[in-house]
Design a protein around this ligand. Structure first.
Ligand code: T4K
Length: 414
């Protein structure tokens, strides 16, 4: 690992990369390897690999207990869990969602012929803004999907008020919010149902995986049928369904990850505090904060770049970091409304999404989790500090380099 003190130390200006190996956002946390391998050996010995096996059942029980929710239905991934929850709730026509989310939230609707209607976010929380919801409601609206972005809960009360007033279903995409709480109650207990992702890149993972959790018995029963082709016993299909089942190997990983959950959160919290400290005096770089009086998983380190102060834009900083082997991510740039098929369907959607359009250009997620050391964080923050304190110069040199490259290419073409 190389520390950076001068601009010429930066790779873009001729230096060598700060990190020999790439640092990723979303490097998986791995729990106790021996226990995982023991479980995998067990399931192989049992020759029971999927279809509601004993590990899946145990995993569902443990998750439901931890969250204090009546039902947890484990699934093969978060996207299928969303699709099934959407279908089981009878959503149709139009459903209101934020555009500031991973594309899966929108696709899970469109995949089933339901139109996602993008609503703007609150300028402080970056979650759905309840006061902008009503203007998006039409006679075709059947529901709202709130996304607890980066594990910071939505305004649950504000959203339920609008949902109730207009008789709409309320589903939460809680892909980022496993282990978090809202007003002392665990995420998983709100709306008609909530959906988690346990993808490898989440702080808690089952390789691929997800779950729908709900306190509604009838809905849970329907979702259980739907994730298993509608089978209600051998040779007896009583409902339309698909294959959304979690495998035993995923559940084995899930049970093992659950045993290390507190440790993963503690490491994320420690990393968050260190980033907070190291970036405290870097002007124009604001670390998004978590409410520490609530339960949080601290799995995303999000910085917001104010270009008016830093001079170097978010995208330039992103490029500089990648050159150093820090694979920072611009989640969720450029917003779902600017991705296909939505940008073709709704080319002017951005006009109603001023906050989303502003935020997607400013945020950057930095590596955290158990694969990142305190020293890695120190070096990453040092690079950011160096770049920002010499922002004018870095910007000018990057822009000159870009113009130079452009001239180089046009000469080549001649
Ligand atoms: N709703 C929301 C709000 C979500 O954020 C997501 C998923 C979903 C719904 C859907 O849940 P799932 O169906 O995925 O369960 C990644 C994840 O694939 C995705 O699960 C996640 N959100 C999203 C925020 O991030 P990409 O396209 O950015 O993944 P990718 O391949 O670029 O990987 C991210 C980084 O992690 C890379 O730097 C590589 C690193 N990585 C990845 C994997 C898989 C590793 O170091 N090891 C690994 O095993 O979507």
């Amino acid at each position: 690992m190389i520390t950076k003190e001068r601009l010429s130390d930066l790779v873009v200006f001729g230096g060598t990369p700060a990190f020999q190996e790439e640092l990723h956002v979303g490097r998986p946390n791995i729990g106790n390897r021996e226990r995982l391998l023991r479980r995998i050996n067990d399931l192989l010995d049992r020759r029971w690999l999927t279809n509601n096996g004993p590990y899946v059942q145990e995993f569902e029980r443990q998750v439901a207990d931890m969250l204090g929710v009546r039902h947890c239905v484990a699934m093969c991934n978060g996207t299928v869990a969303l699709e099934i929850a959407i279908r089981a709730l009878g959503l149709a026509g139009e459903v209101i969602i934020p555009s500031m989310t991973f594309i899966a939230t929108a696709h899970a609707l469109q995949w089933q012929g339901i139109t996602p209607v993008f609503c703007d976010i609150d300028p402080h929380t970056y979650n759905l803004n309840p006061s902008r919801l009503e203007e998006m409601i039409t006679p075709r609206t059947t529901g709202i999907i709130g996304v607890h972005l980066w594990g910071r809960p939505c305004d649950v009360e504000g959203l339920s008020e609008v949902a109730q007033k207009h008789n709409l279903k309320l589903l939460y995409d809680a892909a980022h919010a496993f282990g978090c709480s809202y007003k002392g109650r665990r995420i998983g207990n709100f709306g008609n149902a909530e959906v988690f992702s346990f993808h490898a890149t989440k702080f808690f993972n089952t390789f691929e995986g997800g779950a729908v959790v709900t306190n509604n018995d009838e809905l849970a029963a329907k979702i259980r049928l739907m994730k298993n082709f509608g089978f209600a016993g051998y040779d007896n299909v009583i409902y339309i369904g698909t294959n959304g089942k979690m495998s035993e190997v995923s559940a084995a990983m899930g049970l093992t990850s659950l045993e290390s959950l507190d440790e993963f959160i503690a490491v994320n919290h420690r990393n968050y505090k260190q980033y907070q400290q190291e970036l405290a005096d870097v002007p124009g770089v604001r670390l998004l904060t978590y409410d520490e009086s609530e339960k949080r998983n601290y799995q995303y380190i999000v910085v917001e770049i104010d270009r008016a102060v830093t001079k170097v834009g978010r995208d330039q900083l992103h490029e500089l970091l990648w050159a150093e082997n820090v694979l920072a991510r611009r989640y969720f740039h450029p917003g779902c409304h600017r991705m296909e098929p939505y940008r073709s369907y709704f080319p002017h959607a951005g006009l109603l999404l001023p906050e989303t359009e502003r935020i997607v250009k400013r945020v950057l997620c930095l590596p955290t989790g158990t694969a990142v050391s305190p020293r890695d964080i120190r070096v990453m923050c040092q690079i950011i500090q160096l770049v920002v304190t010499r922002g004018d110069e870095v910007r000018d040199r990057l822009e000159h380099r870009a113009i130079g490259e452009l001239h180089g290419h046009s000469h080549e073409r001649l």
